[in-house]
Design a protein around this ligand. Sequence first.
Ligand code: NAP
Length: 495
Amino acid sequence: MNIVAGISNEDQDMFDYATVSHGLYIGGRWQPSSEGRMIEVVDPSTEAVIASVPDATLADAASAVDAAAKAAAGWRETSPRKRSEILRRCFELMTERAEILAALISLENGKALRDARSEVAYAAEFFRWNAEEAVRISGEFGLAPSGANRIIVDYQPIGICVLITPWNFPAAMATRKIAPALAAGCTVILKPASETPLTAYALAALYEEAGVPPGVVNVLTTSTPGPVTAAMLADQRVRKLSFTGSTGVGRMLLAEAAKHVISCSMELGGNAPFIVFDDADLEASLDGAMVAKMRNAGEACTAANRLYVQAGIHDAFADGLRKRMAALHVGPGTHSETECGPMITRKAVDKMNRLVEDAVARGAKALCGGAIAEGKGYFYPPTVLRDVSPDAVMAHEEIFGPVAPIMRFDSEAEVISKANDTEYGLAAYIYTRDLARGMRVASKIEAGMIALNRGLMSDPAAPFGGVKQSGLGREGGQKHGVAEFMEAKYIAVTI
Ligand code: NAP
């Protein structure tokens, strides 16, 4: 399969390797599903089946936990320096293979190559960052208030971790968990999304090449994630569940984990407000809106979901956004000129349609887009809606696609109240030239992350995560990411 022009033979070999099933990756070996079943992988740009991967059973899941348990002591006892060097090598190999990994992501996810390239750089950075964190994990030492003893706090790897990731960032959502887990000294079982398993398997081969020992990272795909995950969580050796995905599935998994009192990190859905005040720099706010809305064709948890624009700048902003959105080149992600690729599935396209029809029925006007494109592929055109009612379903549900609903507001107090009127609290964007106002509003918005006069906030060096029903815990950042995979052990000692 020749997907990207101008790539090296070595890259082409890796690409061909990644699109052929080598099996589930368990204990450093590639093996078929114990029942021989397969899951088809579809190119969302063409609807053609491009590969098949094994469909893991409960027996395969048990093998993966066994493999992670067998490797646990060796990895935990590997020196932090050695762990760090292996993680650094993962970063280097991902960087060397960036172009081919981007092509693979683009093929199975549909995102534009330019977005896939950014994802690879972001995903690789988790290895570099956590290579640096691995050698800086430290404990605490103090005197008890009574003076009777010393308090020593030692941070230890939490144990075997089950990691579950979504399809929208097939590389980055996995490395954001694997890198800190390995830095902490844990072994893991990754279950990637069924729509985008190829990147996860290609990366597994790369980790092996970087020196990650057999069993430290295991990867399995399954069409029955509920029972397979429940079986792994019921195994007493599993001590951690780290999940990225929808709030609905997150709630179910929290209930499942509660049965066994397993530590959970949850990176869930969002409904980000994008607030533009009258005094904002119009061009900068439009640039920011395009990034916040259209990175990954809107399929991002941090995507701007509700654009609140103050009355004085509203019409100019709406017109500017219409021009930029209408000018986007829509096409297969793997084509170099594409700026907006397809949605992940037909179901996702139908959802865009349902949300737009609902908003229009409640009084919204489509400034561009607004109707399903004909032909093969799961395409939905970049769409701008104005005069969207606060009652529209899209004001409350995660859109997760290239639809930008604009809502007018008058006062600061009003927009803060509207922005917080949601069960979600992942990300928010604020545009104003008045820094004091920006900081004041940022402190009142209920979200784990705020971008002030920026359209992007994700950074491996900063704590990523949400409040309210957008999640529990943080990924990345100084200490936060690794801390999710460690447990404090307190030792009282008299000296
Ligand atoms: P999803 O339907 O919740 O699926 C996420 C993962 O969970 C997939 O691997 C899926 O497997 C698996 N899964 C589904 N049902 C399960 C069950 N009963 N037990 C165990 N695992 C199960 O979410 P998605 O549609 O892939 O991703 C989009 C969502 O992820 C959005 O809500 C988005 O906001 C959120 N997200 C959040 C962040 C963040 O950092 N906060 C980042 C990215 C995405 P299958 O693929 O096999 O169904």
